[in-house]
Write a protein that binds this ligand. Structure first.
Ligand SMILES: [Zn+2]
Ligand SMILES: [Zn+2]
Length: 142
């Protein structure tokens, strides 16, 4: 079971900047790059710096509140809030326009159970991404 965000933050100093980053990420339907997070927060909080946002993200990853979403383009790390295993979703990633389209269900859940039963391995998480061309890009070439 995933702990809730307030549980994960228990015992830590409160931080307005950190709360803003969490609130922003929670509103997103797709993962965000640190630069985009920074640009977004700067609109209402002009005192925040890019390095502060980097530090906050690093901290959130350590606390398992946010996690890095890998993409084909390794130079651009994207982050999203860690969702509990019942509501998390995976993405189809267009290799041409880099659009990320969430898929509703987790296709790995059943497989996880099967593998746990078979191997005794306690699976605590997984990554699953589909790469291809989105509807727009697939039609462009034809
Ligand atoms: Zn596309
Ligand atoms: Zn999943």
């Amino acid at each position: 079971m995933q702990k809730s965000i307030p549980e994960k933050l228990k015992g830590l100093r409160t931080s307005k900047n950190r709360d803003e980053v969490i609130a922003l990420l929670q509103k997103q339907s797709a993962p965000m790059a640190v630069e985009d997070i920074y640009e977004n927060i700067r609109k209402t909080n002009s005192k925040i710096s890019l390095s502060t946002v980097y530090r906050i993200i690093e901290k959130l990853v350590n606390l398992n509140i946010a996690h890095k979403v890998t993409t084909l383009d390794d130079n651009k790390a994207l982050y999203e809030i860690v969702k509990d295993s019942h509501t998390h979703h995976h993405y189809m990633i267009c290799v041409k326009c880099k659009k990320m389209i969430p898929i509703d269900d987790c296709p790995v859940k059943e497989l996880e159970k099967e593998i746990e039963d078979k191997t005794g391995f306690n699976i605590t998480g997984h990554k699953f991404e589909l790469y291809g061309e989105c509807e727009n890009c697939a039609h462009k070439d034809k």
